[in-house]
Design a protein around this ligand. Structure first.
Ligand SMILES: [Zn+2]
Length: 161
């Protein structure tokens, strides 16, 4: 027997002002788009904005439903929109943040498990890692170089070959 280890590194910035101009602009766009979330139940408005390799941007916000499981996260709204609007165009970076109507929080948001799986599929189908910029309403910003780092031991199409 031997013990293996999984670890990954990510960058931590003290605040959005430390980001490069283009990353800061993408995070700013994600903050603005939270106003388009439909989250009357959680009151947790998530905004995600992607920069594609063709220079275009695509947004997503969470869309809740009175039948809770019907709701969909901002990240998967974004991926679905990107797939329709710019089919087969890879995503370079996605900025994700939120506006919590329940109170201020500086904890960077991170994609849920289902969205991590969806991001993995998108990376694989376009053949390019997706960078994530994650932030709270204020404070620290995390940059993760590829979304699949958040999903070790993941299951994908290659596992069915
Ligand atoms: Zn999710």
């Amino acid at each position: 027997m031997k013990r293996e280890e999984v670890k990954f590194e990510y960058d931590v910035f003290e605040n959005s002002e430390e980001l490069t101009e283009s990353d800061a602009a993408l995070m700013d766009a994600a903050r603005k788009v939270t106003t388009k979330a439909y989250a009357p139940y959680s009151k947790f408005l998530v905004g995600a904005v992607a920069k594609l390799v063709n220079g275009e941007t695509v947004s997503g916000t969470n869309q809740e439903n009175a039948s809770y499981p019907v709701g969909i996260c901002a990240e998967r709204v974004l991926l679905s929109a990107a797939s329709m609007l710019y089919t087969d165009v890879a995503i370079d970076t996605i900025a994700i943040t939120y506006h919590n109507l329940n109170g201020e929080s500086s904890k960077p948001v991170s994609p849920c498990g289902m969205c991590r799986q969806a991001l993995k599929e998108y990376e694989e189908r376009t053949g390019q890692p997706i960078r994530l910029i994650l932030a709270g309403m204020t404070g620290k910003v995390f940059i993760i170089e590829r979304s699949t780092q958040l999903l070790p031991f993941s299951f994908g199409g290659a596992d069915m070959k």
